[in-house]
Design a protein around this ligand. Structure first.
Ligand SMILES: [Zn+2]
Length: 683
């Protein structure tokens, strides 16, 4: 299902995060910064007027967005530190020759191949020549199926559409096949359908980008231009038949289970039998199609678009999805459109930085092993687990004390809470990459081999028991997630480092920051979306009708509140998209506060640096998300990111917490306090 996993931050934002900072690769270490940083604060601001500005004002002044970044934040900085650290590990692994263990050979040679720009330059577009020839040799539209299967396996899983395995929404212990919408070059279907001037401009700019890619493939400008228009027309038709991001938050909309004959009936123009044989799927008893209307549209286009247009479509997507791994002209064009135009970055990231990220993305659980050995001690694991357990106890207390929920629903909620698995730091069992061929002199082949391995691993899960130890993100990732079908919360080692979790600091800022993150993920199990899954991760209602109505009223309060906030220019938050995250932000901080009070009830807490313990809790909370954002990136994220912008994720929460007003002695009527408006509380 597309419902999994619900990430705390945006991976999209983080994958591209990080900036150039001189640090020698031979001495990798994670620099320390405290979880409450006085020098980040702007004390000229009244916290009752703007807690975010008060806590982060000087951080914003001192941390301009580096030219190779689309935004900059405490999370992005930590991710940057991680990249520097991983660079040291990779350079060492790459330098080694002779006897290296399997893991070191894989990550070392992958990185070495990526760094070797002259080999990549020499190959040029020849690196994708076999696939371009296969496309060129296509004899009929009917023959598309095996070729699409082949290209999805090596290039891009959602080329034309997505495929893989998922947990059965009705029986989470069973893995079934899945098909998902896809096939677009712009970040979201709305880019193709919206009528405002900016959307029109973006489409024009995209068509130019597509034309440029065709020119790089050798088309003359005129042909390239007409090919770009063909591609845009085909994608626009697919986009119109695609679900919106808000629709995709409804798990019942995404649940469309059928057998293979039903799929054949839905889209008879595509040779599904050959497609699945080519991909070596196990026998398919049942599959879930998230967006049947999309596949109907694919079917229509298969008969309405001539073979030559399909060749055009595939050529572009093979080249576009490979561009980051090809020669400099492709890399530059990819940057110019996707990162510079769409997201506002000024410069391409240095080669090493991209290569570290590609290694993490493709061989993450190999690279992660060395990382956790050095930065994640058993003591750190124990202390963060202790915090997680305290927050679960706080959640239990909250559920028991809710005055609006019936005992029956409370019983179900508690059973769901008790069913949550806590995963901390890294997987107990590492993914085994020994079968993946990685060589030092052919970067694109390495990427293809890793992508194929991952895709085949995913397909092979069909019909097998669920592996509850599996992770969806890698250990160095600075992020966390809740997976509603697994009913588990996952905190990789990367997100449990200072300044987010700071073993040297007092409890208050740690609970405000990481405690809030833990509470956030826990609350995802009970947000408007996650709450539709039961303790076993099945899509099954466990609410009484009356309780669900009261719950919906409460989430509506949050939705109405965030709809008022402006992201950039005249673009408001799409609070139907961000609702789950906003509910999780609010619930998470309330839980963190309760857990912190309980953890410190026997301690005689005193002010530190002139700040009371309660003030330190809330400043610690605000400082998790100190950030600077480019308007281009804000605009894109308003369309695709289910998270609200940084200031709203802080101020939008504390206006609903009387504990905050009390901590700073805020008076009724001050902008940050909502004495007359309704205070939102969901959990
Ligand atoms: Zn989240």
């Amino acid at each position: 299902m597309k419902t999994t996993p619900i990430l705390c931050l945006s991976v999209l934002a983080l994958f591209f995060a990080a900036a150039a900072r001189p640090q020698t690769a031979s001495t990798p270490e994670l620099p320390y910064s405290p979880s409450l940083n006085l020098s980040s604060m702007d004390k000229s601001i009244d916290p009752c007027v703007n807690l975010y500005q008060y806590s982060c004002g000087r951080w914003q002044q001192q941390n301009p967005i580096p030219p190779d970044q689309t935004s900059w934040s405490v999370y992005a900085k930590l991710y940057e530190d991680n990249l520097n650290f991983l660079r040291g590990i990779l350079e060492q692994a790459a330098a080694g020759t002779g006897q290296r263990d399997v893991v070191t050979q894989k990550i070392g040679d992958f990185y070495a191949a990526c760094i070797d720009e002259s080999a990549i330059e020499t190959r040029g577009v020849g690196a994708i020549q076999p696939q371009l020839q296969a496309i060129d040799g296509l004899k009929s539209v009917h023959d598309l199926a095996p070729l699409v299967a082949h290209l999805q396996l090596y290039f891009n899983r959602s080329l034309l559409f997505g495929n893989g395995s998922v947990q059965d929404p009705d029986n989470s212990e069973q893995i079934i096949a899945s098909l998902d919408q896809g096939g677009l070059g712009l970040p979201d279907r709305d880019y193709y359908t919206k009528d405002d001037a900016k959307s029109k401009e973006t489409r024009e700019r995209y068509v130019q980008h597509v034309q440029k890619i065709f020119e790089l493939l050798g088309d003359n400008p005129e042909t390239a231009k007409s090919n770009a228009q063909t591609l845009m027309r085909m994608e626009t038709a697919l986009a119109k038949a695609s679900l919106t991001r808000v629709e995709q938050r409804d798990p019942y909309k995404l649940k469309n289970k059928m057998d293979l004959p039903a799929l054949v009936k839905l889209a008879p123009n595509f040779d599904w039998q050959t497609y699945y044989t080519q991909l070596q799927y196990p026998k398919i008893a049942i599959l879930n199609v998230t967006a049947p209307a999309f596949f109907k549209q694919v079917n229509t286009e298969l008969s309405s678009e001539p073979l030559i247009n399909w060749k055009t479509y595939l050529r572009f997507h093979v080249a576009d999805s490979s561009s980051p791994y090809l020669s400099a002209n492709f890399v530059q064009e990819n940057f110019d459109f996707y990162r510079k135009y769409l997201r506002g970055a000024k410069e391409l990231q240095p080669r090493w930085k991209r290569c570290v990220q590609y290694t993490d993305r493709n061989l993450g659980e190999a690279l992660g092993q060395a990382y956790v050995r050095q930065v994640f001690s058993p003591e750190l694991k124990q202390s963060t687990l202790d915090m997680v357990q305290r927050i679960e106890v706080a959640m239990e207390q909250r559920i028991r004390n809710l005055d609006w929920m019936s005992p029956e629903t409370k019983q179900q909620a508690l059973s769901k809470l008790h069913g949550i698995r806590n995963k901390i730091g890294y997987p107990d069992k590492w993914r085994d990459y020994s079968s993946v061929t990685i060589v030092r002199n052919d970067f694109l082949a390495d990427v293809h081999n890793a992508v194929e391995f991952e895709h085949r691993r995913d397909i092979a899960k069909i019909g097998k028991p669920v592996d509850h130890g599996e992770w969806d993100i890698t250990p160095p990732t600075v992020d966390a997630y809740y997976n509603p079908q697994m009913n588990d919360i996952n905190f990789p080692a990367g997100v449990l480092q200072p300044p987010l979790y700071d073993a040297k600091m007092d409890d208050a800022p740690n609970y405000g920051d990481t405690g809030g993150t833990v509470g956030h993920e826990l609350t995802h199990g009970f947000d408007d979306e996650g709450s539709q899954f039961d303790a076993q991760g099945n899509l099954k209602n466990w609410w009484t009708k009356a309780d669900r109505e009261k719950f919906d009223e409460r989430t509506k309060c949050v939705r109405d509140q965030y709809a008022q906030y402006i992201v950039v220019d005249d673009v408001h938050i799409n609070s139907a998209l961000t609702l789950g995250e906003d509910v999780a932000d609010l619930g998470g901080e309330i839980l963190a506060y309760i857990a912190w009070k309980s953890a410190t009830k026997d301690k005689n807490l005193q002010p530190i640096d002139g700040l009371t313990p309660e003030q330190r809790f809330f400043i610690g909370f605000a400082q998790w998300d100190c950030a600077n954002e480019r308007p281009e990136d804000l605009r894109m994220r308003a369309q695709v990111d289910p998270h609200s912008p940084a200031p709203d994720r802080i101020n939008g929460v504390v206006v609903n917490m009387p504990e905050f007003a009390q901590a700073f002695g805020c008076k009724a009527g001050q902008p940050m306090v909502k004495p007359t408006e309704k205070v939102c509380r969901v959990w």
